[in-house]
Design a protein around this ligand. Structure first.
Ligand SMILES: *[C@@H]1O[C@H](CO)[C@@H](O)[C@H](O)[C@H]1NC(C)=O
Ligand SMILES: *[C@@H]1O[C@H](CO)[C@@H](O)[C@H](O)[C@H]1NC(C)=O
Ligand SMILES: *[C@@H]1O[C@H](CO)[C@@H](O)[C@H](O)[C@H]1NC(C)=O
Ligand SMILES: *[C@@H]1O[C@H](CO)[C@@H](O)[C@H](O)[C@H]1NC(C)=O
Length: 491
């Protein structure tokens, strides 16, 4: 079985070991570089979120010159990592392939509304204001031969995400009076969040029609909110971790935030999916979405992203100054790989290794060519880590690490494979020939030649067939390669 060439190779490895330079992993040798990485990173930058919330203006209503019945615009982003912007989720999350848009803060179980506030009368001196608030969707005009509350509520039923309407008369707007075909000045504006009379800040006052016509003014501005609200749909590829509560996460592994113009859980998931990876911590695995209410008025919708999964225990930021956190929910990204961090291998407290346990197995034609170690020093995070290359330097054959069971993937869906790779154990010269093939169902996604390198993040996308088989194949002792924190997420 062993050829002459093999024996020569083995002999040369043995010599380097006799020299005492390289003690192999199986003998608890120490890596060339103790490249400790900070895998917890920064915690939530609440100050930046609060100060940006004081600058952002997301208030809107039915403009005097907008025609009725426009389709609502898709969710937009008003701030990104502390900078005010004006862009759409689609423009930022360009590489999200599976996402399905669906709104919102909440949706109705059954139709049914209650009045939040009433309007003024219709006397010649009565003056009212229409709502300028967050999460404006669109408006229509309803029959003005009577004060058509029901027609307005029916409109809300038809608009995706609508939970609140503001019904009011707008006078001296020539577009309503003469141009638009409906010939009605009774406006019904739909919102994806509930507003109060304190937000009746549009008092008219525009000269829209030539004098002697007067300035625009508003009367009988009333508001109606949906009575029964349910949880928003959980985005595909995610699960709800907590919420709704009045506490935002203050948690490690923070990757930044975006402000959304409405409470759109799917939009936040899209942003998490497309967030550039942190080179120490990896891809986005968790997000926290919450509504900021300033002095009682909904102001913005924060989407905070993390590469570590958080939970309710750190959702302890209830606000700051006039800003209160409401409707806070946390969602984690489902990892298709069972125990991708090799943390389930616990046969010892400190140092041990195996060629397989419940979640992973190591395969190879030589001796210990693919193994799993329990040893903090070798791991990227936690204490478990996979190793490619003969653990005791018996041979220089590659090994294969693969999950014990096929992946529970959905055929046809696009997935993102993410992991960390280390190639520094034996120093620059001996690591030069290192290689790792990344395979799914036997197809090589990539052959990595990492040379001498510390923990590095790698990411690939693939289309699943269902029951997919993931394999890491490589290692060429003493050019050993460690693999850790393997995640496969819906892309
Ligand atoms: C959508 O956005 C465009 C551009 O900002 C604006 O002109 C239009 O009125 C918006 N649509 C609605 C329904 O508000
Ligand atoms: C955002 O951009 C659109 C299109 O460029 C523009 O119509 C709109 O007025 C902008 N909105 C804000 C708040 O700047
Ligand atoms: C209904 O709206 C039209 C168009 O603005 C206006 O001319 C008319 O006077 C309004 N009718 C009532 C009863 O308010
Ligand atoms: C999506 O695009 C961003 C920015 O271009 C990139 O950093 C990220 O790695 C991409 N994500 C995936 C899953 O391809």
């Amino acid at each position: 079985m062993f050829t002459l060439i093999r024996l020569v190779t083995l002999a040369s490895i043995a010599i380097s070991l006799v020299d005492g330079k390289i003690v192999p992993p199986a003998a608890q040798g120490q890596p060339d570089a103790n490249s400790q990485v900070d895998t917890t990173g920064a915690t939530t930058d609440t100050d930046s979120i609060v100060s940006t919330a004081s600058q952002v203006d997301q208030k809107a209503g039915a403009n005097t010159d907008a025609p009725p019945d426009l389709p609502p615009n898709s969710t937009s982003i008003t701030a990104l990592d502390g900078t005010l912007v004006n862009t759409t989720v689609e423009a930022v999350a360009t590489n999200t392939t599976n996402s399905r848009r669906s709104l919102n803060l909440a949706k109705r179980l059954t139709p049914g509304y209650e009045q939040v506030f009433a309007g003024t009368g219709t006397g010649p001196d009565d003056r009212d204001g229409s709502i300028e608030g967050t999460a404006y969707l669109t408006y229509t005009v309803v029959d003005n031969s009577t004060y058509s509350v029901d027609k307005c509520l029916e409109f809300c039923d038809r608009v995706d995400g609508c939970v609140f309407v503001n019904l009011y008369y707008e006078f001296n707007n020539p577009l309503l009076d003469f141009v638009f075909s409906e010939k009605s000045n009774l406006k019904c504006a739909a919102y994806a969040d509930v507003h109060t009379a304190a937000e009746k800040t549009n008092r008219g006052g525009q000269q829209q029609e030539d004098p002697p016509a007067g300035l625009t003014y508003i009367q009988q501005s009333s508001g109606y909110a949906a009575k029964s609200l349910v949880d928003p749909d959980t985005p595909e590829g995610y699960e709800l971790v907590f919420g709704p509560t009045n506490g935002a996460n203050n948690a490690p592994g923070y990757m930044g935030f975006a402000f959304l113009d409405r409470y759109d859980v799917q939009a936040c998931a899209d942003l998490c999916n497309s967030r550039g990876a942190d080179n120490q911590g990896g891809g986005c695995q968790y997000f926290n979405i919450w509504r900021a209410v300033v002095n009682g008025v909904p102001t913005t919708y924060t989407c905070s992203m993390y590469y570590l999964v958080a939970d309710e225990s750190t959702a302890v930021n209830f606000g700051q100054g006039d800003l209160h956190v409401t409707q806070s929910r946390g969602y984690r990204r489902n990892n298709v790989v069972v125990d991708g961090g090799f943390e389930g291998y616990n046969d010892c407290n400190d140092f041990c290794f195996t060629s397989g346990y419940a979640s992973w197995k190591g395969l190879g034609s030589g001796v210990l060519d693919a193994t799993i170690f329990h040893y903090v020093i070798y791991s990227h995070s936690g204490h478990g880590v996979g190793l490619l290359g003969s653990a005791d330097a018996s041979d220089d054959l590659p090994g294969t690490l693969t999950p014990s069971e096929p992946l529970q993937t959905v055929a046809g869906k696009t997935y993102s494979l993410q992991f960390f790779l280390n190639s520094d154990f034996s120093g620059p010269d001996l690591q030069a020939d290192a290689f790792v093939e990344v395979r799914v169902n036997g197809n090589v996604l990539d052959t990595i030649h990492p040379g001498y390198s510390h923990w590095t993040f790698h990411q690939y996308t693939f289309t699943a067939q269902g029951n997919d088989v993931l394999e890491f194949h490589g290692g060429k002792a003493p050019a050993w390669n460690f693999i850790d924190d393997v995640n496969i997420f819906l892309a």
